[in-house]
Write a protein that binds this ligand. Structure first.
Ligand code: SF4
Length: 481
């Protein structure tokens, strides 16, 4: 009898589940369907029943490349994503793209998820830091968010564990949020994406959003940096409940401009059927646009039942068949939305001029220009700290002096030298998630932290990096195990 994870079984699983990697390498446009790991508050079997039915329908859909299984998406207390993946894989016969969230995760949980994914033959994983945990205590006023003991394990650490294995078992991907509307956030996102690729990410999945200019901007950025990794765009179908409770944001980092919110709410005021009917052409157009912009596929999130799944797939197929030229697609996208702007703030920042113009979906060096890089300026105190701390912490300085910074700069103690170095000697505990390798995707369009009170901590980091002409340090790879 073979035990779970025996060499024979692993070999078979390795073969079976390399299909997503192969399909992405082939360059064909892929459709992935996202299904959530259910919340722990609900019994596993009943909570996953609709998901399992959708998975069994997907068994006959050849153009669906994989099922993406989320981890701790809406709430931290969710069922084991590998167990969820096992059920969906069994029902569909499809490869799984397993999300691994760093929310409330430590090194042990990440290793354990990777080990159990491996024992089930799941090769494709998506490393994510995760948005704010619903278990993270929030304090009112200027005190800011409380400390969250369980913490956030960084996507780069998950990649380090997955990509660091020398046998090449895992096909690891990472996320990027191109929907950022100020220079600091945008460069932080793109710099961190480059760092993830340098650290072993083999493909990229975007946050969800509707601003096609931003999706084109990401492709142009990749072309400018000569990066040809496959990129999958996450597109989102909103439920009636999501739409009713919309203000600016569906999830952290997923922004819905006020004007677009009004359109969605008008559509949903009539009925759920009308809301779906209005969203389907948009999702179809987005998928077709993504293909023409150079994306390797779309990952469709928010589908909750088999009937909707059927309708979404039909619409995406129709749109892919209809829109085979960029200009035709662009005309239809603009006609469908009229003057609607998808930028959530006035004077929204885009890295390039000339996005979503007719002619070509790809950058033309003669006509495309970078817009100004108005990165924030580092404060005098941060510059002083960044100058003094490396000296105070060096071996050449007597021990008592190396403690001086504690008296001068609050919060220096307790952080390792490497963490301080990564953050240009700023205290990473100013980030509520205590990240060191770069910003999460959750900041607001104005650049405020996902936790709401202050500018994202990494604005200070990029300001120092910029002042020292060392922006490339934010793209350095993280060493593997
Ligand atoms: S400070 Fe920045 S990176 Fe940290 S949680 Fe807030 S938005 Fe995310």
């Amino acid at each position: 009898m073979k035990t779970e994870g025996s060499p024979e079984q692993l070999e078979m699983a390795f073969e079976r589940d390399s299909r997503l990697a192969s399909r992405l390498r082939e360059g064909r446009f892929q459709i992935l369907i996202e299904i959530n790991s259910p919340p722990l508050a609900q019994p596993f079997d009943s909570a996953l029943a609709l998901g399992a039915t959708m998975a069994s329908r997907l068994a006959r859909e050849d153009d669906v490349a994989a099922i993406a299984v989320t981890d701790r998406l809406r709430a931290e207390e969710c069922h084991d994503p590998v167990k969820t993946a096992g059920v969906l894989m069994e029902a569909s016969g499809k490869p799984i793209l397993l999300h691994i969230s760093g929310k409330g995760t430590d090194d042990e949980r990440a290793r354990q998820l990777l080990a159990s994914a491996r024992s089930r033959g799941i090769r494709s994983i998506l490393a994510l830091t995760g948005d704010r945990s619903d278990l993270h205590p929030l304090r009112k006023g200027i005190a800011g968010p409380g400390h969250y003991e369980a913490g956030y394990f960084e996507s780069l650490d998950i990649l380090r564990l997955a990509a660091g294995r020398q046998d090449g078992f895992f096909h690891a991907g990472a996320g990027v949020n191109p929907f950022k509307y100020n220079p600091a956030d945008q460069y932080l996102q793109y710099g961190k994406m480059v760092r993830k690729i340098a650290s072993g990410a083999e493909f990229i999945v975007t946050h969800a959003g509707w601003d096609m200019k931003k999706l084109q901007e990401l492709q142009w950025f990749l072309a400018m940096r000569q990066i040809s990794h496959p990129v999958i765009a996450r597109v989102l179908l909103l439920s009636m409940e999501d739409i009713r409770t919309l203000e600016h944001m569906v999830f952290p980092g997923v922004y819905v401009p006020r004007e677009f919110t009004a359109v969605l709410q008008r559509e949903s005021d009539i009925s759920a059927t009308q809301s779906l009917a209005a969203q389907l052409p948009r999702i179809g157009l987005q998928a077709a646009g993504c293909r023409l912009l150079g994306y390797s596929g779309v990952q469709v999130a928010g589908i909750r039942d088999p009937q909707t799944l059927e309708m979404v797939l039909t619409r995406i197929r129709e749109s892919l068949a209809t829109y085979t030229s960029y200009d035709h697609w662009l005309d239809s996208w603009q006609e469908y939305h009229g003057d609607l702007s998808f930028a959530p703030v006035p004077n929204a920042y885009y890295v390039f001029r000339g996005l979503l113009a007719s002619g070509s979906p790809f950058p033309d060096a003669a006509s495309v220009r970078l817009t100004g890089r108005d990165l924030p300026r580092a404060s005098g105190l941060d510059r002083l700290r960044g100058y003094l701390l490396p000296h105070l912490l060096s071996d050449r300085v007597p021990g008592f002096l190396s403690n001086v910074y504690r008296a001068v700069f609050r919060g220096g103690d307790g952080t390792s030298g490497e963490r301080l170095r990564q953050c240009f000697y700023l205290d990473h505990r100013r980030c509520p998630k205590r990240l060191v390798y770069g910003a999460c995707g959750g900041s607001t369009p104005e650049g405020l932290c996902e936790f709401g009170q202050r500018p994202c901590f990494f604005h200070r980091v990029i300001a120092l990096a910029s002042a020292r002409h060392a922006l490339d340090r934010l793209e350095e790879p993280v060493a593997h195990e």
